[in-house]
Design a protein around this ligand. Structure first.
Ligand code: CO
Length: 470
């Protein structure tokens, strides 16, 4: 009998980042996460994704927390598990391209504070926007993973993905992720795609999907059978719907097969027990909308990621134009096509979505264009897989110059200027990076931090007085 070759699939746990970003608007607090870190550290995950993406913005803006402090606490707690973050290429964790010196410094500080694996993607799949971050990660001895933003369209043939994967391997990435933010990758297509990627490159392939369209678990099954090395899953209380397939379900699926993860279901059950009340509380408060937990097949029809759907609903609500929802949904793919058929992922998803809303509400397409739409059509976000619609480009930017170089080549170093701007608030090296990403939100947070410290100082003074009765 031929010996069965074991090829255990590795698991990246997303409950501390993508799962709560996708289901409860990134509102899980550090305090809610820390008590379970010790147990999670014993599981034997390939990695725990716990930082980056929207967590940075949301910590500061809504939770009044220092994201760097959260990272250091994770590092203290996770003694045996690799920590992973999501990084938006030249846009770092923000919404615009930054100068190279900011990107490099951010990577350096992320690694220094405890990140092991940096997952880097670009919303246009323009690899020139990834190079600075990848090189910086290599220099810091962090694992540089490049994510291809998965999308559908004429340009996105199997050859396109194979060619992109080869170039990613050549640029110095340590692994590749297929980042399917809208759940568009269907199971049998996953077989074809992963087989092609395994043929094209020799670095590991990780699969990242969302359960939005209901096919995620099957897509993972077919991907693993085709040779995918790692899958991203979320603990069941924060799984499925707009989040990832459930960790326990995938572990059980592969049990007793050559792909057996070897993870302990009893331990996973204890971790799930911890997260369940947090989920229930979010349901009760309305933070978790039951709508996000089901299957939304429209995502396959309109190819719109789950988070973008809820953003569009909110934008239209604010304008009192909820009745225009389907008109806007149909406008999204048209705008996307005008803008070079780019993937829909932060920040391009917001840019395309907002422009689609304008086009419908103004009653004339591109009567008004946002600054970001203009920037995309001027080449400032990079090259797209397809050319821009020339008529739309002419209408929106007129005869303005269109750049074809790597956009960041035109952005002068900005770290020194930023440092001067926020000088009065700086308490740690990382503060300038916080300020660089979200200047207004950062200053609000710095003020809050100072007020808290003054309060604590006052308390200490009170106690000292009390020690010497008069
Ligand atoms: Co995701």
């Amino acid at each position: 009998m031929a010996e069965i070759v074991k090829k255990p699939v590795k698991i990246t746990e997303t409950v501390l980042r993508d799962a709560h970003q996708s289901l409860i608007a990134t509102r899980m607090t550090t305090e809610q996460m820390l008590p379970i870190v010790d147990k999670m550290d014993k599981v034997g995950y390939h990695a725990v994704e716990c930082w980056g993406g929207a967590t940075f913005d949301a910590s500061l803006r809504f939770l009044h927390e220092d994201p760097w402090d959260r990272l250091r606490k994770f590092r203290d707690g996770f003694k045996n598990t690799k920590l992973q973050m999501l990084f938006r290429g030249q846009n770092i964790l923000g919404y615009r391209p930054y100068a190279d010196d900011v990107v490099e410094y951010f990577v350096q500080k992320s690694a220094a504070n405890g990140i092991d694996i940096i997952r880097i993607f670009d919303c246009m799949n323009d690899i020139r926007n990834l190079q600075t971050a990848v090189t910086a990660a290599n220099k810091e001895k962090a694992h540089a993973q490049v994510a291809m933003s998965y999308t559908l369209g004429d340009a996105y043939t199997r050859d396109y993905w194979m060619d992109l994967a080869k170039r990613i391997e050549d640029m110095g990435a340590n692994s590749i992720c297929v980042k399917d933010m809208a759940g568009l990758l269907v199971p049998y297509e996953a077989t074809e795609l992963v087989t092609a990627l395994k043929e094209a490159v020799s670095i590991p392939i990780e699969m990242h999907t969302h359960y939005t369209s209901g096919v995620g678990g099957m897509t993972y099954l077919k991907s693993v059978e085709a040779g995918a090395d790692i899958i991203d899953t979320a603990m069941s209380p924060f799984a499925m719907g707009t989040s990832q397939p459930a960790t326990e379900v995938m572990v059980e699926t592969f049990k007793g097969t050559p792909y057996d993860t070897g993870l302990d279901q009893n331990l996973l059950a204890e971790i799930a027990d911890y997260f369940r009340p947090i989920r229930d509380e979010a349901l009760e408060s309305g933070l978790l909308n039951p709508k996000n937990m089901g299957v939304n097949i429209k995502t396959l029809l309109y190819q719109v990621p789950g988070g973008m759907l809820s953003n569009l609903t909110n934008q239209l609500k604010e304008q009192g134009a909820e009745d225009k929802f389907y008109e806007v949904l149909e406008e999204v793919p048209r705008v996307r096509k005008d803008l070079g058929e780019c993937p829909l992922v932060t920040p391009s998803s917001q840019i395309v979505g907002t422009q689609a809303v304008f086009n419908v509400l103004m009653g004339e397409r591109y009567k008004m264009a946002t600054k970001e739409t203009k920037d995309v059509l001027s080449g400032k976000y990079g090259a797209t897989a397809k050319p821009f619609n020339p008529e739309v480009q002419k209408k929106v930017i007129g005869d303005a110059e269109v750049i074809t170089c790597r956009p960041a080549d035109l952005i002068p170093n900005e770290l020194d200027t930023l440092r001067k701007e926020c000088e009065q608030w700086i308490q740690q090296d990382e503060d300038v990076l916080t300020y660089a990403l979200f200047p207004q939100v950062a200053v609000d947070y710095f003020k809050y931090r100072q007020a808290q410290q003054t309060k604590v100082d006052a308390k200490v003074a009170d106690t000292e007085d009390g020690a010497y009765p008069v």
